[in-house]
Design a protein around this ligand. Structure first.
Ligand code: FAD
Length: 295
């Protein structure tokens, strides 16, 4: 099923789609491992599952379309395949579109991808598809339902939030029919961003992405790779449980559940959980949201 339909049906029914992100597991039995991970999510019945794509290095981008198809065809859960354009040429994009079509992919999250080491933003502007907005029209023409990324605190390499929102609007104008946000630890950033997006004429659903944190190392990585601000309550959890990894993990998952509940109460268009392939993390998030949604 198309994700834009999922959002419009949920809106008519007065509810919010709850979705998960998973990444292709590494290793030789990739599809088999992915099947196990996705099977752990299936009883939770998320509205859709998105599958990341790695443009190079450690990831396994060849598996993305196959995993997305496995999720929708075997588990009957709608799926979204991510695709990055930073390394694509016109020829390799055409081949990717064919690969995605052949695998039965319906929904694609169109991304730029992170710049390869040593490439500047100015150099990126010289390549075939420098920005996600340049990838979107070809995917829309190929009849995929296309989503894109949004940044409540602005993108890491973008100087200010209004400019980041202007770039978001360009992605909507190019044909994106839903947005998934970067993770954030402080919901106030999301609410401020949503006001700016409204004012900039963003009309497609923006689903809020939340990552339950399970270690200090993970939080530190996210702060520097995603430009996510650390609010005092998160710093206090990290300090309080510095020498107690199990309690830190538990407190991090609970913090994310409270964030998700607050977003649900404030009418976010959708809630997206960065599961890190952990069914227990996804289960905690889903239980909190379903309990709150119950009349
Ligand atoms: P863009 O929207 O193209 O923006 C990239 C930068 O260029 C930003 O600073 C933006 O402000 C700027 N920009 C945009 N348009 C213009 C313009 N017209 N003129 C000048 N500057 C402009 N990465 C992966 O490798 N694989 C994944 O599967 C993946 N999944 C993700 C899922 C989500 C929900 C999110 C939020 C991110 C994901 N990423 C993934 C990371 C993403 O690839 C990086 O954040 C990347 O640096 C930006 O991608 P984008 O699609 O937002 O790029």
């Amino acid at each position: 099923m198309r994700v834009d339909q999922i959002f419009s049906r949920a809106k008519s029914a007065g509810c919010q789609p709850i979705s998960f992100e998973m990444f292709p597991p590494k290793g030789e039995l990739t599809l088999e491992r992915a099947r196990e991970v996705a099977a752990g999510f299936a009883p939770l019945a998320p509205d859709f599952i998105s599958v990341t794509y790695s443009a190079g290095g450690s990831g396994n981008s060849a598996a993305t379309a196959k995993i997305a198809h496995m999720i929708s065809s075997e588990l009957d859960i709608p799926s979204v395949a991510h695709l990055t354009c930073i390394s694509l040429t016109r020829e390799t994009l055409a081949a990717k579109i064919e690969e995605f079509r052949a695998a039965g992919v319906e929904n694609v999250l169109a991304l730029r991808g992170d710049l390869p080491a040593g490439m500047s933003e100015a150099e990126a502007g010289e390549i075939a598809f420098p920005y996600a907005k340049d990838l979107i029209p070809a995917l829309v023409d190929a009849r995929f339902c296309v989503g894109a990324a949004a940044y409540p605190e602005g993108h890491l390499t973008c100087d200010d939030l209004p400019t980041s929102v202007k770039h978001l609007r360009q992605k909507q104008d190019a044909g994106a029919s839903f947005f998934v946000t970067q993770l954030f630890f402080d919901n106030d950033y999301f609410y401020r961003f949503r006001e700016l997006a409204d004012a900039a004429g963003i009309t497609v659903p923006i689903t809020a992405g939340i990552m339950p944190f399970t270690s200090k190392q993970q939080v530190t990585r996210m702060v520097f790779t995603c430009a996510a601000s650390l609010p005092a309550p998160v710093i206090k959890i990290l300090a309080r449980y510095e020498n107690d990894p199990d309690s830190l993990r538990q407190a991090g998952i609970e913090y994310a559940c409270r964030q998700l509940e607050d977003l649900q109460r404030h009418g976010a268009d959708g809630l997206h959980v960065y599961t890190m392939n952990r069914a227990d993390v996804a289960k905690a998030a889903m239980s909190a949201l379903r309990a709150q949604a119950r009349p």
